[in-house]
Design a protein around this ligand. Sequence first.
Ligand code: NAD
Length: 471
Amino acid sequence: MVKICCIGAGYVGGPTMAVIALKCPSIAVAVVDISVSRIAAWNSDQLPIYEPGLDEVVKRRRGKNLFFSTDVEKHVAEADIVFVSVNTPTKTQGLGAGKAADLTYWESAARMIADVSKSNKIVVEKSTVPVKTAEAIEKILSHNSKGIKFQILSNPEFLAEGTAIQDLFKPDRVLIGGRETPDGQKAIQVLKDVYAHWVPEDRILTTNLWSAELSKLAANAFLAQRISSVNAMSALCEATGADVSQVSHAVGTDTRIGPKFLNASVGFGGSCFQKDILNLIYICDCNGLAEVANYWKQVIKVNDYQKNRFVNRVVSSMFNTVSGKKIAILGFAFKKDTGDTRETPAIDVCKGLLGDKARLSIYDPQVTEDQIQRDLTMKKFDWDHPIHLQPMSPSAVKQVSVVWDAYEAAKDSHGICILTEWDEFRKLDYQRIFECMQKPAFVFDGRNIADVEKLREIGFIVYSIGKPLDP
Ligand code: NAD
């Protein structure tokens, strides 16, 4: 029986390995992590991450050919293929701080693999890493292995949180990069054979190592760039009377452009887009490509601009002050169908409103009070000026309450900000909400999911991103 071990039981390691275990019953899959609480959660009925369809997949395979363990060394030693899916955040100190990827976790995983291995192994980069990381990993492994041979593959993950299971079941493509040597090609074939259990052959792309590593950064940069492009257009729409939804539709029907990822919003979030673009900028800088770095910087700058624009719109609409006013925040996760709040635009919007002394009542169906308090009090790294920005003061954070439903959040509020596109926010009884709010009652729709006409009929003053303003 082929044995797989994945180091890192996070948003990527957990779901990807659960799907491999489901689709390949003849393969034993161990997911290991140094976090005792995370592994305990994977072994319980309360999985550590919310992802539609994940519970069922885990329940079907756990204890059969899918195991979650903190015994990292044992499972790595026994494995034929070791995936490494540890976190690769942005460095906060030292060389490249604010841009470069922090490969501390990766390096410690690689040293441990070399240390405990007693048989040849394929080591797969599942984490998103800077191009050329495989070269560094090869050095660490070869200089520390006692006669053991390692083949490094790059197999970046393209799943999106919220649709991870569906993305893993039917990936647009699986990308495998390896060395162009006979051993490298043999390793590629071994990994191809795993995916071939359910992925059609023409969807499994093979490349050299550097193309695979760079493709992941490029894909995230392109996706984020589309969002910043449409968000930049949304500002122009508001200034001119054009409607961004109509513009997006007209632009997206061009088959060269396509309709996906053209929704205007309060901005992109999540743990990957900003981090991976910063990483790309750093790589460009290191290679003397300042103009290319500047091009990608603009994608992040427009995203920051969009979040600020939203806050400014809220404050200016509410007669230039939100001091002491209660504002309901509907949604805190960076997108629907996840409880992940890493880099969510809600953090910046809430901080902006608290900075103007608003009182916030926050509701998100999958985000806990602890997460929100942590996010609002965490130091934020300013990538452009590598100094730590101050977290919110304790007195500002006292102005935040986290509640259990949208109606409770809206009670007595002056305005509602929709920051996550949860389906339930489309179906709310807005008449009931209107009746329990202060007047005039405002809706600021940061995701363009509200039925603007209906809300205006009820009596709300409505702001949607990139749409004509209230008459
Ligand atoms: P995560 O923080 O949820 O999970 C990483 C896990 O690795 C943590 O549980 C941590 O405890 C564990 N870990 C760190 N060092 C370890 C070690 N030495 N031994 C054992 N466990 C260790 O991160 P994630 O969101 O799953 O992302 C992982 C990687 O995948 C990142 O490089 C990310 O950029 C990339 N990625 C993420 C997504 C996404 O949507 N989250 C999508 C594609 C790619």
